[in-house]
Design a binder for this molecule. Sequence first.
Ligand code: PHE
Length: 339
Amino acid sequence: MLDKIKALKSEIEQITAGTFEDVEGLRIKYIGKKGIINQLFTDFKNVPSDKKKEVGQAMNELKNLATEKINNLKESFQTKISHSSGADLTMPGEPIALGTRHPLAIVKNKIISIFGRLGFIVAEGPEIEDDWHVFSALNFPVEHPARDMQDTFFIEKDPDILLRTHTSSVQIRVMENIPPPIRAIFPGRVFRNEAVSARSHCIFHQVEGLYVDENVSFADLKQTLLYFAKELFGVDSQIRLRPSYFPFTEPSAEMDVSCSLCGGKGCNLCKYTGWLEILGCGMVDPNVFEACNIDNKKYTGFAFGMGIERIAILLYGIKDIRLFFENDIRFLKQFESAF
Ligand code: PHE
């Protein structure tokens, strides 16, 4: 038996093959199910027990040798096949199509860069939040409609846990953790239980801004927003602030920017008003400071929040908000930008 194995070993060491089919033939002959080596394993039971160890070892070595040899032969043919496929390997390659940034990412980066020039840093908070950070600490009364199932997605098992409906929750997280002065913006995804249509979506993005220090005034807010509008929509842009209401700011306002399409004369985009509504803002309500353990006698601050989709729609003249979430490459590749 040992002699037989030795003979087979040297036989296998010598094998060569002219074609890929030859290799397959050799595989079947030596290591196939009914091949020579498997036959040896069947004969193994007749080996006297004191020889079993030695013979077994030799058989395993033989099997490994054959498998390796045949695999090597196979590989050499596979590479030969691709080399002889007729392709001209000196031809230049196909260019790789470069991706483009998502329009929402472009607009977000523009906003970050504009406020960055005013010294605002970027911070983020969780999308799954608790009632405290989204509502209670922001001075929402218990009976406020935003706390209703109709507007907010709650996590079923625990009504205290919900998907944040605005990035104002990050204001609270930041004020709880960083002592003033604070100058930061918070971009992020928000969720509202709304029917999806061309104009609204249940998922969208906001950028929140917060400035807290001694002697921060409404004039600071107005000048900051004017600078922002001119940087984003062009130097000729004007802003106007209309009184509004948010539980977490007092006084509160909504900001319009003069229509970037008609310059204020009136057109389809601004519905012949000359103005486009851009964001909500106001002076941080003293109750919010109190909830965050910030001395509301010493500090004042302003906050603002805007929808990124809304701004992208105005900047690029996009007709349907759903386009942002469909990932249609024909839509996405139109927004190449250095940002
Ligand atoms: N959180 C408000 C919204 O989602 C926007 C806002 C932010 C208003 C900050 C005032 C101050 O509509």
